[in-house]
Design a protein around this ligand. Structure first.
Ligand SMILES: NC(=O)c1ccc[n+]([C@@H]2O[C@H](COP(=O)([O-])OP(=O)(O)OC[C@H]3O[C@@H](n4cnc5c(N)ncnc54)[C@H](OP(=O)(O)O)[C@@H]3O)[C@@H](O)[C@H]2O)c1
Length: 336
């Protein structure tokens, strides 16, 4: 199998690196310094699966035109704000790649890919929660995984051989994955989950570099805020006919929050989750919070705005997330 990753930073390099370890031929299209470091010394992955120095079946290039040959799959992994520019620079891949999928956190990515390649049949639905962060050129950290970390499926609600093939490739690489007949639901639930965590984190912790996700949940008002955001996002998610599944358990608590009708009980559940995570020594920040801390533009328009737009379409009130969206947009306005 040959795979090209368009925009290999944190997540794309982690996925590409692990796939290369199993014999998949991987080309990472990335920034020149990262490409040079990989071609010189290989890709180093640290984190929850230990240390790996991957030197075989992997290469880095700075542009799509430098990626040689035919590919079975292209994985789009730039931040959503960079999608248009990255795809515009990668048209040479369209005719020499069989299948396109994206691991980005947004709900428009499959449509973007279909429009770009001109053939919706070449686009596979995909979602993952696997965590990757670029530390320095040639080095990434794999900081997060869950029991099932990726899902693949056709957008028409079927399971195809290619969805099963990619799930099998991920499983072989140690990234537990499933082919499913409900990828649209997985995508909306993932956005609900990431929207909940990131909206909460940025609106409570803002620019404080000392605090992480758990610190916000240890404060009663933080837990109340988390639940308020969750309830509004869940109202939009479920109004589309979906029942929360916790696809990304045990991190996801959407099903529990949805089922707990009493607000005080939901707040206590989140305070308890904060305590549990603290006791386990969990340290982590959401990627939107990381963006704010690093002075980089966030994905707020791709992660929160879709809920506000969908709510308007469905006639739902979402005052908490609307207020958070406005606050984050102000921060975002001054980021690069
Ligand atoms: N990281 C995670 O844990 C995680 C988990 C699940 C989903 N996601 C989603 O996956 C997507 C990627 O996240 P990420 O954290 O991996 O982002 P990231 O670390 O910023 O990786 C994207 C990389 O692509 C590079 N890039 C941008 N445009 C490019 C171009 N035209 N050609 C070559 N390289 C280009 C970026 O360089 P510059 O920084 O120099 O622009 C960056 O190094 C996001 O939508 C995110 O929400 C992330």
């Amino acid at each position: 199998m040959r795979v090209v990753v368009l925009g290999a930073g944190g997540l794309g390099s982690v996925i590409g690196g692990y796939l290369a370890q199993t014999g998949v031929d991987v080309t990472l299209i990335c920034r020149p310094a990262h490409a040079e470091a990989i071609n010189k010394n290989g890709l180093h992955i640290s984190g929850l699966r230990g240390d790996h120095q991957i030197t075989e079946n992997i290469c880095g290039v700075a542009t799509a035109d430098e990626a040689e040959g035919h590919f079975d799959y292209m994985i789009l992994a730039v931040k959503s704000k960079d999608t248009a520019a990255a795809l515009a620079g990668a048209t040479s891949l369209i005719d020499r790649t069989d299948v396109f999928f994206s691991v980005q956190n947004n709900i428009v990515k499959e449509g973007d890919l279909a429009k770009w390649c001109g053939d919706p049949a070449k686009v596979l639905g995909a979602s993952t929660i696997e965590g990757g962060a670029l530390l320095e050129p040639g080095k990434v950290k794999n900081h997060m995984t869950v029991d099932c970390t990726a899902y693949f499926g056709e957008l028409d609600g079927t399971i195809s051989p290619r969805a099963e093939e990619m799930a099998a490739a991920f499983n072989k690489a140690g990234l537990v994955a499933k082919a499913v007949d409900c990828i649209q639901q997985v995508l909306w639930e993932k956005l609900t989950q990431i929207g909940n965590a990131s909206t909460f984190a940025v609106s409570t912790l803002a620019g404080n570099t000392e605090l992480d996700f758990v610190d916000g949940l240890l404060v009663r008002e933080g837990a109340e805020h988390y639940v308020a955001i969750a309830r509004e996002l869940l109202s939009v998610y479920t109004a589309q006919g979906y029942e929360p599944q916790n696809f990304y358990a045990p991190i996801s608590r959407l099903k529990q929050i949805y089922e707990i009708k009493d607000n005080e009980e939901a707040v206590q559940t989140m305070l308890g989750m904060g305590k549990q995570l603290q006791e386990r020594g969990y340290k982590g920040t959401t990627s939107m919070h990381d963006d704010v801390l690093r002075g980089r533009k966030t994905e707020v328009d791709f992660i929160i705005k879709p809920f506000i737009e969908k709510a308007a379409e469905l006639g739902l009130e979402v005052p908490t997330i609307t207020a958070c969206y406005r606050i984050i947009k102000v921060l975002d306005n001054y980021l690069n």
